[in-house]
Design a protein around this ligand. Structure first.
Ligand SMILES: Nc1ncnc2c1ncn2[C@@H]1O[C@H](COP(=O)(O)OP(=O)(O)OP(=O)(O)O)[C@@H](O)[C@H]1O
Ligand SMILES: [Mg+2]
Length: 356
């Protein structure tokens, strides 16, 4: 059974429609990443699920119980949802232990039980021994872990994390991502993690919901989101993309860089004009001229684990510029002549009106 079902959820602030009929569902023990540009409604969605905003319409169910619909509104403190808000994560005047114990029910738990639970949570997030520290005595990454411990302490049915790593440097971000994912898995927690970092969404989640202007545009597993994005905007938002005009011929599209096999050929008719999308790692550059397209290097950008090379294919083929991602530190000089091959299938999208 689904742990969380959000149906047709809408929420406005004055003239801003922050959520427009959002549908999503999440199975128990799974992690959903909500990905989208700033202002698209990610925090509003979490706050509606947590009960801090009252939607205009739609419904929210957790474990089959309705938390919100036109008849019902369950208060946030009765929802059993762990929430790590986007800003101001810890209470500055309370110790680590008091922060973690904050949401535990004082009426039903003894001081000793609370102390024990706090210790368990410190162990879970790898921070044993820091119970009496104040938040300002912790590093940013440690504060994030305590915020997570506080959210998980009351054993919530669902955990909502709003950009939990946004303030951290790349190294800490990477290690905390893994720790948080392991922590969530170890207690079989169901979680939503909001991010505008594509790599974070694709690497941490079982499924990804891409939002834009209050709408959920696509929800799918990370591979589908990256390889088969629902439209060109999703394609360019979730990763680098090269876009080339083409004309459909059966299961292929004829383009200036050859006839490319299409991933979803059945969607088009022969003769349709399409925009073809390729990911930078689908291109192979070489010095071998056999059956390949000649190209000239425009620029080469070293990115550490890979190099992004912008090439221009020969004028006779239409001067198309393409981005190619190469693994390792292989470098090319601007002006260098090379040959290019395409691997795998291309995604195609109906060309915008007015395009040929
Ligand atoms: N309390 C509020 N009053 C008025 N407008 C609001 C309020 N909260 C959010 N909004 C507006 O609703 C829209 C969605 O905001 P939201 O905070 O959900 O975006 P977000 O996707 O979380 O953005 P970010 O990535 O920058 O955190 C924005 O246009 C925002 O200005
Ligand atoms: Mg936000």
């Amino acid at each position: 059974m689904d742990k969380l079902v959000v149906n047709n959820l809408s929420k406005s602030f004055a003239e801003v429609q922050a959520l427009k009929a959002v549908d999503l569902s999440l199975a128990e023990g799974k992690v959903l990443a909500v990905l989208g540009p700033s202002g698209c409604g990610k925090t509003t969605l979490l706050r509606c699920i947590a009960g801090f905003e009252i939607p205009e319409s739609g419904s929210i169910q957790v474990d089959g119980a309705t938390l919100f619909d036109s008849q019902r509104f369950v208060k946030p403190e009765r929802r059993k949802i762990g929430y790590v808000p986007q800003h101001g994560v810890l209470f500055p005047h309370l110790t680590v232990a008091k922060n973690i114990g904050f949401g535990l029910p004082k009426r039903t738990m003894s001081t000793e039980q609370i102390r024990h639970r706090v210790e368990e949570m410190l162990e879970l997030v790898g921070m044993v021994g820091l119970a009496s520290r104040m938040p300002h005595e912790l590093s940013g990454g440690q504060q994030q872990r305590i915020a997570l411990a506080r959210a998980l302490a009351p054993s919530p049915a669902l955990v909502l994390l709003d950009e939990p790593f946004s303030a951290l440097d790349a190294g800490l971000r990477q290690s905390l991502r893994e720790e948080v994912k392991n922590t969530l898995n170890s207690i079989n927690a169901t979680a939503i993690i909001v991010t505008h970092d594509q790599e974070e969404a694709l690497s941490m989640a079982d499924s990804v919901a891409v939002m834009r202007e209050g709408e959920c545009i696509q929800m799918a597993d990370p591979v589908t989101i990256y390889r088969h994005p629902a439209d060109l905007k999703v394609a360019t938002f979730v990763g680098e993309a090269s876009l080339i005009q083409g004309r459909v011929t059966g299961a292929h599209a004829d383009t200036q860089i050859g006839s490319l096999p299409l991933a979803q050929a059945g969607l088009f008719r022969p003769g349709d004009t399409v925009t073809v999308m390729l990911r930078p790692e689908q291109f192979v550059l070489s010095n071998a001229a056999q059956d390949t397209i000649s190209a000239q290097v425009l620029k080469s950008v070293y990115c550490g684990h890979s190099t992004l090379v912008e090439v221009q294919i020969s004028a006779a083929l239409g001067n198309e510029k393409l981005q190619v991602r190469l693994h390792g530190a292989q470098q090319f000089q601007p002006g260098e002549s090379l040959h290019l091959q395409v691997q795998g299938q291309a995604m195609a999208y109906a060309a915008e009106p007015g395009e040929k």
